[in-house]
Design a protein around this ligand. Structure first.
Ligand code: MF3
Ligand code: CO
Length: 249
């Protein structure tokens, strides 16, 4: 069931989203050659708690950390670790959610580490562009799969693939609400988009096959062919004047 939010609720999701955006912004300068993903996680957790917010992922279905840090062929849900140290040429996606005053915000960015190859630069760029095209397609009166198809079209036109195994989602009172938002599909299908819907749109894009495998830790998803993967996410609200990003400064 889709929950339509009131103005008061939207303002609270926006406040949570602003903290997500702030911490992701700070991570852009914190992430560099030589640090570990565990250090990224504790930095992010400290920044979240400084804002009197709570990390939304920690303890979610038993997830052990405040962020997901997915390096190179890791697609999503990489668990931060003191033994994963970033080196020049890596790419890392950092995904984080917060709870503030009972409401959730969720966002992700992918960053290059040091000097990365041209394909990695393009992978990051196309994935971010596909997120913004998906957001642009989130118009009241349209359908959920209008978002999906806008994302898929851009990704595949540029020779990359969209992950099927994970999807975007409604968000607000809970981290994951209806509707699910696949990053692939034909337009004009699924739930009708209404004002007051709050959504987390999150394309995951692979350089090679769209297929993924789950690692033995039960969380980390990696590309089946071990090609690289990128991930961007924003929480948005649909209004009669168009989509508005809530995970922004
Ligand atoms: N942004 C992701 C999602 O919406 C990460 C949450 S997974 C968690 O699914 F388990 F780490 F919380
Ligand atoms: Co999400």
């Amino acid at each position: 069931m889709v929950i339509i939010k009131s103005q008061t609720e939207i303002r609270k999701i926006e406040a949570a989203g602003r903290i997500v955006a702030q911490v992701l912004q700070e991570l852009k300068s914190f992430v560099r050659i030589g640090i570990t993903t565990a250090e990224i996680d504790s930095f992010a957790e400290k920044k979240i708690r400084q804002q009197r917010a709570v990390p939304a992922f920690k303890g979610y279905r038993g997830y052990p950390a405040s962020t997901c840090t997915s390096v190179n062929e890791q697609v999503v849900h990489g668990i931060p670790s003191p033994s994963v140290r970033l080196k020049s040429g890596d790419l890392i996606s950092v995904d984080l959610g917060v709870i503030l005053d009972g409401f959730y915000g969720d966002g992700a960015i992918t960053l290059p580490v040091g000097e990365v190859d041209d394909e990695t630069v393009r992978l990051i760029q196309i994935t971010e562009e596909s997120l913004y095209l998906g957001i642009k397609a989130a118009v009241v009166g349209g359908r959920v799969s209008d978002i999906s198809s806008a994302i898929q079209r851009h990704v595949e036109a540029n020779g990359f693939s969209v992950v099927r195994a994970f999807v975007g989602h409604g968000i607000g009172h809970y981290l994951h609400e209806d509707p699910q938002i696949p990053n692939f599909g034909k337009p004009g299908q699924g739930q009708r988009l209404q004002a007051g819907m709050t959504l987390a749109i999150e394309p995951m894009v692979n350089a090679g096959t769209h297929e993924v495998n789950l690692m033995d830790d039960g969380w980390t998803a990696v590309t089946a062919d071990r090609s690289r993967s990128a991930h961007f996410e924003h929480t948005i609200v649909l209004t009669k004047n168009g989509p508005q990003i809530l995970t922004k400064l």
